[in-house]
Design a protein around this ligand. Structure first.
Ligand code: N01
Length: 545
């Protein structure tokens, strides 16, 4: 076992450490954490499995991959200079542009020198004698650090297609979350696409434009909202920059950390005709604005939700010419019981002669044969299979490394019935472990959530230094309370209906995974307030020594 050649930087509990903070993951969370620790004058090192920065945006390079938060807020906001100098080219940037952005950020702030790529962390063990974390990589290197910060990502542990026979398939197959860098040539090929989540619906128009034939296997239809993507020219950017302060203020004041105003009305406040006019206006604007600026009660009132659902079903029926296909594409569960994606030319793709839809809700996919996909009803011979079958989301990545806290407790055991945290940031029994953008943080615009959580971590570390503490850990009572709150908040929204439709944010997409609230559903703005309140009250939910 080799030891990295870092100069020991500080002392915790009497034992020299290689760095103050060891950060796992170089996506938005890891980059933001490295910036914060540097700002505090701490030494840090990022270890990343991938070959470069990006996290989700490094691996998910399938055609059509793009953000569905608007670019101007799908960004770091810690530096005014960075905001001033970076202009996204589109409302929703594609994967290559997001990856370029993240590379620009690490180079711009000279962060790369503290990052190690192609380095997979296999374990992190808390050494009680010295109060430090000992982190081991797949290559057998070890690092000792006072603090461990995990930015492992929500969508980073792909759900391996569960179908028997895959190894005997004679064609080629690809999984969206592990897309080959050289791309895939679909020209002249018969292609099967399995999965119609946010990923699948982005892939459909791209594959359809190339393939000889595309067969889409759908188990549950999705509510695909119109993205209305467009290019951003200099004039658009002048407008955004003139308003940037207000835009970010709105982000931090909104439930989903998006720069939208509340509608200030519920559906029953207005006449049926006005309801339709409001929905039409919202639909023309598109994006999640359609959800948040039409009626304030879409997420909580079943009648309003169904009103909006029926409006959307009307749009699907208007768009898709074949009525049987249109009905199959119409969801029958509440909007937001699954995470709705934004689409471009998704429904329109089903009007193409080379695209067909197969409903596998009642006649499931049984296996993969040497020649293609077999359902309980028929065989579909294809040349290529694309799996967009999603992720063991939010907590799945925490099973890829063994995190061992006090008394030899394994995090994966502690979380076997669902995650347990205080503020989504720390876990009792795992001192000095900061979970960055893991479970129990808001289901919201990720860079904004990361920013506020990491800001809290930074303030906490600074306060500890001032108070001469070296160890922090949440109390078991605070963890129980926060975990119970997650369940309670979920029940206050229609997102709880996700339990009926395999919603990944409840764990329902992975067979055998416990169905629990894995996120904070009380509004990102309220979560940010809870972080501040913890500091203002001098950390009542934590012990420090
Ligand atoms: O994964 P998913 P995803 N037989 O779990 C189907 C983020 N993201 O990668 O719905 C047949 O949503 C499954 O069917 P069902 C975003 O947060 C963001 O698409 O469970 N089908 C479903 O259709 C998103 O929500 C962007 O019945 C099977 C699909 O596979 C999250 O990542 C882009 C099956 C999986 O959908 C996950 O999205 C992409 C089976 N046995 C992703 N097993 C942005 O735009 C699974 N499926 C930023």
């Amino acid at each position: 076992m080799s030891t990295p050649s870092n100069t020991p930087s500080s002392d915790a509990g009497g034992s020299a450490v290689d760095v103050d903070v060891l950060i796992v993951g170089a996506g938005f969370a890891g980059i933001r954490t490295l910036y914060e620790t540097r700002r505090l004058g701490l030494t840090a090192r990022v270890l990343e499995t991938g070959g470069d920065v990006g996290g989700t945006w490094y691996w998910n390079r399938y055609p059509g991959a793009r953000t569905d938060s608007e670019s101007w807020v799908y960004a770091f906001c810690f530096s005014q200079e960075l905001l001033d100098e970076w202009s996204w080219s589109e409302r929703y940037p594609g994967q290559p542009e997001v990856e370029r952005y993240l590379r620009h950020v690490v180079d711009r702030f000279d962060l790369r020198k503290d990052m190690r790529f192609d380095t997979h962390v296999v374990s992190a063990v808390f050494d009680e004698a010295t109060g430090t974390w000992v982190v081991t990589t797949g290559a057998g290197e070890t690092y000792r650090a006072t603090y461990l910060a995990t930015g492992l990502g929500h969508s980073s542990f792909p759900y391996r297609p569960p179908f028997p026979g895959l190894d005997g398939f004679r064609g080629e197959w690809h999984q969206s979350a592990r897309w080959p860098r050289e791309g895939v040539d679909f020209r002249g090929k018969r292609v099967a696409l399995i999965g119609t989540g946010a990923t699948g619906i982005q892939l459909v128009p791209e594959i359809a434009a190339q393939a000889e034939h595309l067969t889409v296997f759908q188990r549950t239809p999705n509510w695909v909202l119109p993205a209305r993507n467009h290019a951003l020219d200099e004039e658009a950017w002048r407008g955004i920059r003139a308003e940037y302060d207000t835009i970010w203020q709105k982000v931090f004041a909104q439930n989903f950390a998006l720069p939208y105003d509340s509608a200030h009305r519920v559906a029953k406040d207005v006449s049926p005709q006005e309801q339709q006019e409001i929905l039409e206006r919202g639909y023309r604007i598109g994006h999640f604005q359609f959800l948040f600026e039409t009626f304030d009660d879409v997420l909580v009132d079943e009648t309003t939700n169904e009103l909006v659902c029926e409006f959307l079903r009307g749009k699907i029926r208007e768009t898709v010419k074949d009525p049987v296909t249109a009905e199959l594409l119409c969801p029958r569960y509440p909007l937001l019981a699954k995470r709705p994606p934004l689409g471009t030319l998704y429904y329109e793709s089903f009007n193409r002669d080379n695209v067909s839809l197969v409903d596998v809700s009642r006649k499931p996919i049984v296996d993969v044969t040497p020649d293609g996909v077999r359902t309980a009803e028929a065989d579909y011979p294809v040349d290529v299979i694309v799996f967009a079958t999603g992720f063991d989301a939010v907590t799945g990545s925490y099973h890829t490394l063994d995190i061992v806290g006090r008394d030899g407790a394994h995090l994966r055991d502690k979380w076997q019935d669902g995650p347990r945290t205080n503020l989504g940031a720390m876990v009792d029994g795992f001192p000095n472990l900061f979970v960055v953008d893991g479970p129990h943080v808001p289901f919201a615009n990720i860079p904004a959530v990361v920013d506020r959580e990491v800001r809290w971590i930074g303030r906490t570390l600074a306060q500890m230094r001032e108070d001469r503490y070296t160890v922090i850990e949440p109390t078991a009572e605070a963890v129980d309370k926060w975990t119970d709150l997650m369940a309670e908040l979920l029940q206050g929204t229609l997102l709880a209906k996700g339990a009926d439709v395999h919603a990944w944010f409840l764990g329902g997409n992975i067979p055998g995974k416990p169905i629990v609230a894995m996120n904070y559903h009380g509004g990102a703005n309220n979560y940010f307030a809870a972080l501040d309140a913890e500091i203002d009250a001098d950390y009542p939910g934590f012990t420090r020594r």
